[in-house]
Ligand binder design. Structure first.
Ligand code: PEP
Ligand code: MN
Length: 360
């Protein structure tokens, strides 16, 4: 965690940036109870959704404007900073009127550049901190684009929230973590704080610690966690909310790591291992280059005979064989499948490029 990233944000950041609070504001009493339990423990801001973007109509869609007054009251009573999700210009205007300390754009809204631009237009001239959740689909361009729209409107306190991605293949988590996407965001936007939302990734309270720890191991700058005084009776996302006590014990048990160590033994051993990895990567790339040369030759033969580039039966055999071999080498099935799909895609690209050249 790099606290310099939160300079001028006007919210407390201690061990890490830490947002906590109910999925939704439900009643004044619930908001106040949550705030009293959270205050005084280094929480950066209390979250609570006022306008809830529900996938299906008919479920609890938030209490609307009156929730802002409850949160404002909780702030004056406890001193906690407060933040909520905004999805349209009217939401932003109401939040600015109440002087909310922080806003975030939800995953569904971040998917739509029109909505993000409309929000950015209303925020122009203010410098309220805004966090942008990743869009529902793993499209890093859309995520970065939303952050850019806000930056172009002159906002300087911007952060990103990783809340996982909708996927029909994911079984364990509500939203697939797909860590390579936030890792790539961190590489492309190193100065933008990156915060993990383990609640929406997990969907179940018992998994939250694992994902929060992984985020810490990947040098995330903080967490936003759903915490409810009475999770079992929450009006939205009941299964994934922690009680305040569970939340604080989860946060306390997290091990924070640093990017570097000065230990000579560590540095020496790491540099030896890294040399081996560099060497193996070179060999992998050389082998892939050779494989693609052969594939190109096969492409030429296919084109000469009017044979299709895609060979479904052969492709199925390759997958079955490589996955089996990979699993025997303790590689995960998903990894081998993705790796072979990437190699196959590149092979097709080479063969098709060649085919077009051949025609000309
Ligand atoms: C939320 O934070 O309550 C929420 C609706 O999250 P998301 O936009 O990530 O689904
Ligand atoms: Mn929620």
């Amino acid at each position: 965690m790099n606290e310099v990233k939160f300079k001028r944000w006007g919210v407390p950041v201690e061990r890490m940036f830490l947002a906590a609070g109910p999925c939704s504001a439900e009643s004044e009493e619930q908001v106040l109870t949550a705030a009293r339990a959270l205050a005084g423990h280094g929480v950066s801001f209390m979250r609570a959704g006022i306008w809830k973007p529900r996938t299906r109509p008919g479920s609890f869609e938030g209490v609307g404007l009156k929730g802002l007054a409850w949160m404002d009251h909780a702030r004056t009573t406890t001193g906690l900073k407060i933040g909520t999700e905004v999805a349209e210009p009217a939401h932003v205007e109401a939040c600015l009127e109440y002087g909310l300390d922080i806003l975030w754009i939800g995953a569904r809204t971040a998917t739509n550049p029109f909505s993000v631009q409309a929000i950015a237009d209303v925020l122009k001239g203010t410098d309220v901190p805004v966090l942008v959740k990743n869009p529902m689909t793993a499209d890093i361009g859309l995520w970065i684009g939303a952050i850019e729209r806000l930056a172009n409107a002159g906002l300087t306190k911007l952060g990103a929230i990783h809340r996982g991605f909708g996927s029909t293949l994911e079984m364990r988590y509500r939203n697939a973590p797909n860590w390579k996407v936030p890792i790539e965001l961190k590489r492309l936007l190193p100065d933008i704080p990156l915060i993990c939302d383990p609640s929406h990734i997990c969907g179940k309270s018992e998994l939250i610690h694992t994902i929060a720890q992984e985020a810490m191991d990947l040098l995330f700058d903080g967490l936003i966690v759903e915490v409810h005084p009475d999770p079992a009776h929450a009006l939205s996302d009941a299964a994934q909310q922690l009680t305040p006590a569970q939340f604080f014990s989860m946060v306390e048990s997290l091990e924070l790591s640093r990017e570097q160590s000065e230990s000579p033994v560590f540095l020496n051993r790491m540099s030896g291992l890294r040399e081996s990895v560099d060497e193996l990567d070179s060999r992998l790339l050389e082998l892939l280059g050779q494989r693609m040369d052969i594939v190109q030759e096969m492409g030429r033969l296919k084109a000469g005979q009017g044979v299709s580039t895609l060979q479904p039966h052969r492709w199925q055999e390759i997958i079955d064989d490589r996955v089996k071999k990979g699993v025997g080498l303790e590689l995960s099935e998903g990894f081998v499948l993705q790796l072979m799909q990437s190699i196959h895609e590149e092979a097709i690209r080479r063969q098709e490029a060649n085919r077009v050249e051949g025609v000309e």
